[in-house]
Ligand binder design. Structure first.
Ligand SMILES: [Zn+2]
Length: 390
């Protein structure tokens, strides 16, 4: 089975855009409450997981010593970490997907032709999205993902809104750290957006949605090669890496300021998802790495309005939630969010793609071996039809 599938987009419902509420509304009696505070998370690897200590993008060049596996990223104190930016990217993509956000990553043109002619692409998809879904451009009209996580100006580093969430690096608990054996990955295949039967909807009117990778059966080993694999270049097409093993536990802290109620609901949904689902993060997802469970442990809410009002003297406006009380609070906000804002088509798909435990009877690999993509009879096959492809 193809290792990824798409969470569909409901094109009939463009992102709902608003001006982000940012300043503390200290004297706004009767105004809806804003939520500030911090959330502690536990992350438990369910399969081996890998995040490289340095960029693996540039083929070959990044490999310092080919005999040594690329190590897992550590912070200055020597703890293995999942960088806060990776966690933020994960949660942002989920808020976009499930909360009907804009298409932050959509580029329009994919797979530049190698003819040397500039601006020629194999997959020209600019007209394959509805324009209302393109990345937010105006800081007074931001989708829910841009309000929560911030928004960058197109092709510039300059940000139009900083966002309201800050996520620290998740640090591994040294007691739980177990290294998986060093492994040679299978070569990771470049995406092939020109394969329209995968990347567009059935009528080829719009893009198929947002891409997510299936979880692999944790009882199977990740897909590996026995050594470096060479295609046409002098540099190997695969990587030698040293993942952490399943059951490694990380702890992370997430700070948020002035979230509106639906924004907090969306953020919590992105964290807890649903029973029977699991997140996926890091490198080599198509090979079976990176399944990870996220679990809220403690939530501290700081009510600034109460903190600064005389009537609440004696209290500092802080409220701590954990255990059953935390579960109830999360459930209430998440259910409310789902009733009012959930992108149901996307959730239906993601529930299937990220089901946990995964279907032990399905093997995932690119249907690429023996030139699958080049065979004319496969040109129109949809992803669901790759389940038993050789
Ligand atoms: Zn947006």
């Amino acid at each position: 089975m193809n290792p990824y599938d798409f969470a569909r987009i409901d094109w009939s419902r463009p992102p709902e855009r608003r001006k982000p509420v940012w300043h503390h509304r200290l004297f706004g009696a009767g105004l809806p409450r804003l939520y500030s505070g911090r959330l502690e998370l536990r992350l438990t690897a369910r399969t081996p997981i890998f995040i490289a200590a340095y960029s693996l993008a540039a083929a070959g060049k990044a490999i310092k010593d080919p005999k040594k596996p690329v190590p897992f990223i550590q912070d200055r104190t020597g703890h293995y970490i999942i960088p806060g930016t990776s966690l933020k990217g994960l949660l942002r993509s989920l808020v976009e997907t499930l909360g009907n956000g804009c298409l932050t990553l959509f580029d329009g043109n994919y797979e530049q032709e190698k003819t040397g002619e500039r601006g020629r692409y194999k997959a020209v998809y600019k007209d394959k999205v509805r324009p209302e879904f393109l990345h937010c451009q105006d800081d007074t009209h931001l989708c829910i993902a841009c309000r929560i996580f911030g928004s960058l100006k197109e092709h510039k580093r300059e940000s139009i809104f900083m966002g309201k969430v800050n996520i620290g690096d998740a640090q591994a608990d040294p007691e739980t750290v177990a290294l998986y054996k060093p492994m040679y990955t299978q070569p990771l295949v470049e995406p092939k957006p020109h394969h329209r039967a995968f990347y567009l909807d059935e009528q080829e009117r719009y893009i198929a949605g947002r891409k997510f990778y299936f979880h692999h059966d944790p009882d199977r080993e990740p897909l590996q090669a026995s050594g470096y694999v060479y295609f046409t270049r002098a540099e190997p097409a695969n990587r030698y890496i040293h993942p952490l093993d399943y059951d490694t536990v990380f702890y992370a802290r997430l700070d948020f300021t002035n979230l509106e109620r639906d924004e907090l609901g969306a953020l919590l949904l992105a964290i807890v998802l649903e029973e029977g689902m699991c997140h996926k993060i890091g490198y080599a997802k198509p090979l079976g790495l990176g399944s990870i469970a996220l679990e809220p442990l403690r939530l501290e809410l700081i009510d600034y309005a109460r903190r600064y009002s005389f009537s609440a003297r004696g209290q500092d406006g802080r409220e701590q939630l954990q255990g059953e009380a935390l579960a109830q609070f999360i459930d209430e906000l998440v259910e409310e969010f789902k009733r009012e804002h959930l992108q149901r088509l996307a959730m239906e798909d993601l529930r299937r793609i990220w089901r946990w435990p995964p279907d032990p009877d399905v093997e995932y690999y690119y249907p690429d071996k023996a030139g699958w993509f080049d065979l004319p009879e496969n040109a129109r096959k949809r992803i669901a039809e790759t389940r038993d492809s050789a």
